[in-house]
Design a protein around this ligand. Sequence first.
Ligand SMILES: [Zn+2]
Length: 402
Amino acid sequence: MPPGCDDYLRILCLDIPQRPVGSKGNRMATAFFQEVVDKYGWIVESTPFQAMDWQDGGADFRIGEKVFQVFPSPYSTGCSLEACLTSAGTIAQLEEVDAAGKLLLLHDELTKEQLMPKNFVFYNPEDHQRIIALLEKKAPGAILSVTSRNAALAGGVYPFPLIEDGDFQIPSVYLTEEEGQKLLPLVGNSGSLTSRAKRVQSEGFNLVARKGQDHKKRIVISAHIDAKLNTPGAIDNATGVIVLLLLAEKLKDYQGDTMIELLPLNGEDYFAASGQMIYLEQNQNRFNEILININIDGAGYYEGPSAFSPFNLREEIQKSLDEVLASAEDIDEGGAWYQGDHSIFLQQSVPAIAVTSRWFLENIDSQEITHTPKDQPAIVNCDKLVNITEAIYNFILKAYPA
Ligand SMILES: [Zn+2]
């Protein structure tokens, strides 16, 4: 028996410790992917890139005898300083506050949403950019942010890090609303913050595996291979990578003219989106060669059916999809959603199908699993991944006959 879904799930989520870009586990995961697709005769292009690994190390904050629980923001530098605690809850207050060298406590309106990384090009609301620019201008010695829940942008994490950005240089930590409530009355006092977080220069690899002759007609099947820190990343997104690996085997004898690319994008959950940026760069002015993108993210949840969401498909392609889904097991057509790598292709006018679990679509704003330790193999049903693989395979052959 060749290795199957269960083996892949065990290797990606248990044998390999973690898969954040820049970590050893991330390099183990891309090496494993390369090894499997190699075996099935795929030609692999591997692009190395500089990445940032990050060590947490914990943090302490105290005012006098009182100790408060704070967490280092991912990818923040560490710090050790004693300074006056000041605060801002709105953009207007942030504009007014004198925070230079101080400890700046952010709360309320300013901390509702996780701020997009400053150099993130795919989605970056103006008010996020404004807050980041103001923080840099005010130059506090360190930032403490009080956050609650925000599943749509931060996954199921509580509290969530307001800032998660290796390109942002002010040290920061984050804390729960409960701790924030205790801290707000103490603004004006001197506090002492020590964060033992550490940035480590490292590297990662972005892979593309190919079969087929004509690069001017490409079907790109993608699934991000990286995961957030502190999660096994089963649904997000080992399951997507597993579908790519199952397809690699199923298509091992593929000799069609249309080129098929299996793309384990390395960076969907990383501030610099490195793999996505590399792929964009490598395909500059070549996105018109791509017939369709099929992106898998959040698939295989044990409850409910899988969901294939079509975007901008031509009529006959949509018809092929309808036919495949009609005979597919446990898969429905899903509505539009944009929090995944298919959006990169949509922005380049490439039609796409996003593959996920109905559960994820229905709970995208409230679920508490992705980006947390709860995202582990026990919530995955491998049968669903086998069905998804079968449906993608059938769709490709039907919609784009060689
Ligand atoms: Zn994901």
